[in-house]
Design a protein around this ligand. Structure first.
Ligand code: NAD
Length: 314
């Protein structure tokens, strides 16, 4: 990142990934003008401790961008705002708020061809048993994933129509790391299992812990998102660790980091549509964005546990 006077807008900046992105941008580009838009439906101002930029508290699904910003130009927009509770089955709310927010943002960005980097999701792939490749068709199993698949369709359509406008979609996999506690139930399993173990309970996972996830540390997601800003052309990419690890393995890794020795407690899985396997194929994102994840599960969890439980002094 070079230009010192860049003007960058981040939607969803009070949320988990958004706040990590904003604070990293601020650190790397101290002269940049940063603006966050968030309506706090799941975010929390506490995630932005130390933030020195502007904050617009607005709902993007109804925001009139021209009225809010006039002719103000941004060099790039990172769009992370979204309903992120995948178990919210209100089909109208999920699709309306997620898709209309994106449509309004694209309409604002179009005249100046403002670069847009937006968060899609691995959920768009639905059930998988091998690494997902970007060219796999969308097979959303819930309405959250459906809303993300529609966003991908809108982005593809706009990129086809306007070849001089760069729009990059990122299908984040299973992200964990600092500043996610505000999410409550939708926070990562790394967070929830560690809380159970820290309070002396056996970690509870669905029978028999063999389901696998591409757990990716938030700092890798931030790096990949920042790289996407420099993309030479539009595209939609996976962003993950590239590895599928089981919940049983995750508990081993947590035991190691926390200095505990808990055995998992297996419980029935109540979900009819459950992703038993997620893994990002990183070929495209490596080749086109130069993305390389730096945190294997062991390293990411160790780093996160130090942040989450500083009193341990580990
Ligand atoms: N965390 C993950 O594992 C993961 C995986 C795949 C995709 N994603 C995507 O990454 C993005 C960030 O997710 P997160 O984990 O940080 O979740 P989060 O819930 O912490 O962040 C979302 C933020 O968007 C805000 N927001 C939601 N709807 C809004 C609206 N209409 N107007 C204004 N603000 C609004 C919320 O208040 C919140 O601060 C989302 O788009 C999510 O779908 C996350």
């Amino acid at each position: 990142m070079s230009s010192s006077d860049s003007s960058i807008l981040v939607t969803g900046g009070a949320g988990f990934i958004g706040s990590n992105l904003v604070l990293t941008l601020q650190e790397r580009m101290p002269e940049a003008q940063l603006t966050v838009i968030d309506d706090f439906r799941s975010g929390d101002f506490k995630n932005l401790a130390g933030y020195r930029g502007d904050f617009v508290a607005q709902n993007l699904a109804t925001l009139d961008w021209r009225q809010q910003f006039g002719d103000e130009k941004f060099d790039a927009i990172f769009h992370l705002a979204s309903i992120t509770d995948t178990t919210l089955h209100d089909q109208f709310a999920q699709v309306h708020d997620n898709v209309e927010s994106f449509r309004r943002l694209l309409n604002f960005a179009k005249p100046n061809r403002t670069r847009v980097v937006y968060a899609s999701s691995a959920a768009t792939y639905g059930a998988a048993s091998t690494a997902s490749v970007e060219t796999n068709g969308a097979a959303p199993a819930n309405v959250y994933a459906f809303s993300k698949a529609i966003m991908d369709n809108l982005a593809n359509r706009a990129a086809r129509e306007f070849q001089d406008w760069i729009i990059v979609g990122l299908r984040y996999f299973n992200v964990y790391g600092p500043r996610e506690a505000h999410k409550g139930v939708p926070a990562s399993m790394v967070y929830h299992l560690s809380r159970q173990m820290k309070s002396g309970q056996r970690p509870r996972i669905f029978k028999h812990g063999e389901q696998q996830r591409d757990f990716v540390y938030v700092q890798d997601i931030v790096e990949g998102s920042i790289r996407a800003r420099a993309a030479k052309e539009s595209g939609i990419y996976n962003l993950g660790s590239g590895h599928a690890r089981s919940f049983n393995e995750l508990i081993d890794v947590l035991n190691h980091s926390l200095g505990t020795d808990f055995k998992p407690e297996y419980i029935e899985n109540p979900h009819a549509h459950y992703q038993n396997y997620t893994q990002a194929d990183l070929t495209q994102v490596r080749n086109n964005l130069g993305y390389e994840p730096r945190y294997p599960l062991e390293t990411g969890v160790a780093d996160y546990m130090k942040w989450l439980y500083p009193a341990d002094g580990k």
